[in-house]
Design a protein. Structure first.
Length: 123
């Protein structure tokens, strides 16, 4: 898997129990996945159409680093499905622990929002 984003958990990212708010990490996953999908599809016209079940395995506390990794699961005609893992990173021992993972599907669209083919460009 490829590292696609890193975030530091700040006070305004916390929920009522002092852990990283689930909605925040879902937003980070969606944004990182969209950027990754855009790079893979060579298009900035990518939108999220589906996110699989997300199970929150481990809480994340204030000041911790969250690394988000992605990899292509499927490249279709108009869509790309990306598997994404969020991991909490400890810089003191260089270890990571899984926080959550999911698959997210993005579709390439035209100006009217209709799906259009992904045209891969050799990188």
């Amino acid at each position: 898997m490829k590292l696609i984003a890193t975030h530091v958990v700040k006070a305004f990212n916390l929920g009522v129990h002092g852990n990283l708010f689930g909605g925040t990490i879902l937003s980070w996953i969606d944004e990182a996945g969209a950027v990754y999908a855009s790079e893979e599809a060579c298009s900035t016209n990518m939108v999220t159409v589906a996110m699989d079940k997300v199970e929150f395995i481990k809480p994340v506390k204030l000041g911790r680093m969250v690394k988000i990794y992605g990899d292509t699961v499927k490249l279709g005609n108009t869509s790309i499905t990306v598997t994404i893992e969020a991991r909490v990173f400890n810089p003191h021992n260089n270890k990571e622990s899984l926080v959550c993972k999911t698959n997210v599907t993005f579709v390439r669209i035209d100006a009217d929002g209709s799906p259009i083919p992904i045209v891969k460009i050799n990188k």
